[in-house]
Write a protein that binds this ligand. Structure first.
Ligand code: PLP
Length: 413
């Protein structure tokens, strides 16, 4: 062992340019490199401060380095990290109890990401239908503009062709229909369908909420045909809409629900929730993952769930969401050359760009970043805001002020 070399590799200077030299170029990260954060405050390598209205794409919902989570994770790190699935552990049992008590579900499967949670859901749907009805019932129906992850199965189910191009041959028996189109759903959901998957609020596809009538019709069509209704709540779940899960606000209960992102507040974890009957289709040996349900991730998620699933916390999310929505509506009215309608739910909000500015969401994001505001885009025509759920009124007002300076700078350019 060379102690000097160890010190060098762990502390040597790195810059944004290092990314281009040693990472697979799947991303085009911002020019600044964040080094430290607390709550919604973040600092880059130069010490510049940013107000974070992204929470890492709706992940750090309790803010960065939340003290309760830091304490829980540190305690667990000194207790037990990993076992493998030949053993269970106390945190995973407590998390499964808490999630099943809080939702429609009776059973939980844990994994490490949203894509894996959806992969498990799609495999469950195929396996259940195969066992109960036969191999002909294998079709999966999903919506255009949906996003369900980046594994080959989940990009194939996802409704954006740009993510599957070049990766063929793709998994078979997957059809896409227009989101919120009841007639298209009626035409597509027949007896050969094993699952219908939908995001109650489409995130990546442009922050588009489902109509309640649409979700009710999907429920009815699934009941009629024996297909499983899968809600992908990886982005819109865990308090983001002001309900613990979005399905609760809609009053439409799925057969399978997937969660990730905010479930771990930045510590990787995904979950698939389902009923006792359906869970039985995935018997011993049918599915699994090395890290799924490990004590570190489940300890964090348990504390996240306990913090978010409180009436006062969720009521405040609705209040802050209404405040941010009103702020963005006023902003759009004041800057009609850039912005038009506001849509979304709770603290997952999108602003559609004005026709004259279509295709340039990234320009607004960059202008905001220059002023010290981190925000998201959802495609080229929508800017997206997903601040931590603990965002204060003062932080919403500050984001508004920074956005106005940013838009003024774009207007002057
Ligand atoms: C982010 C996202 C996923 C994929 O989650 P990963 O953790 O990136 O695999 C799936 N579905 C939805 C709705 C998402 O927003």
């Amino acid at each position: 062992m060379n102690a000097k070399l160890d010190t060098t590799v762990t502390t040597r200077p790195v810059t944004r340019q290092t990314f281009d030299e040693v990472l697979v170029p799947t991303y085009a990260p911002a020019a600044m490199v964040p080094v430290r954060a607390a709550g919604l405050d973040l600092w880059d390598q130069t010490g510049k401060h940013y107000l974070d209205f992204t929470s890492g794409i709706a992940v750090a919902s309790l803010g960065h380095c939340h003290p309760v989570l830091v304490e829980a994770l540190t305690r667990q790190a000194n207790t037990l990290w990993h076992l493998g699935n030949g053993y269970t552990n106390e945190p995973v049992l407590r998390l499964a109890l808490a999630l099943t008590e809080a939702t429609f579900a009776d059973r939980a499967f844990f994994c490490n990401s949203g894509a894996e949670a959806n992969e498990a859901a799609f495999k469950l749907a195929r396996k259940y239908a195969h066992t109960k009805f036969g191999a002909h019932k294998s079709r999966i129906i999903s919506c255009f503009n949906s996003f369900h992850g980046r594994t080959l199965f989940t990009v194939s189910v996802g409704g954006q062709a740009k993510y599957t191009e070049g990766f063929e041959p793709l998994p078979q028996a997957i059809d896409h229909i227009a989101f919120n189109d009841i007639e298209a759903a009626r035409a597509a959901i027949g007896d050969d369908v094993c699952a219908v998957v939908v995001e109650p609020v489409q995130g990546e596809g442009g922050v588009m909420p489902a109509d309640v009538e649409y979700l009710k019709e999907l429920r009815a069509l699934c009941d009629k045909t024996g297909a499983l209704l899968i809600f992908d709540e990886v982005q819109c779940g865990m308090g983001r809409t002001g309900d613990l899960f979005a399905y609760m606000g809609y009053g439409v209960t799925p057969d399978v629900l997937t969660s990730a992102k905010a479930l771990g507040n930045g510590y990787p974890i995904g979950a698939m929730l389902t009923t006792e009957t359906l869970a039985a289709a995935l018997g011993v040996g049918t599915h699994g993952t090395t890290y799924g349900g490990n004590p570190m991730a489940t300890t964090v998620a348990l504390n996240v769930l306990e913090t978010i699933n409180q009436p006062a916390f969720l009521a405040r999310v609705k209040e802050a969401g209404a405040k941010l929505r009103a702020t963005l509506e006023k902003l759009a009215a004041d800057y009609p050359q850039f912005l038009s309608t506001v849509r979304g739910s709770g603290l997952l909000l999108g602003v559609v760009l004005a026709d004259a500015f279509k295709g340039r969401s990234k320009d607004i994001q960059k202008a905001a970043e220059a002023q010290g505001l981190m925000m998201l885009i959802a495609g080229t025509d929508v800017v997206r805001f997903a601040p931590a759920l603990i965002v204060t009124d003062a932080q919403i007002a500050e984001a508004d002020r920074l956005l106005r300076v940013a838009l003024d700078s774009l207007a002057a350019a």
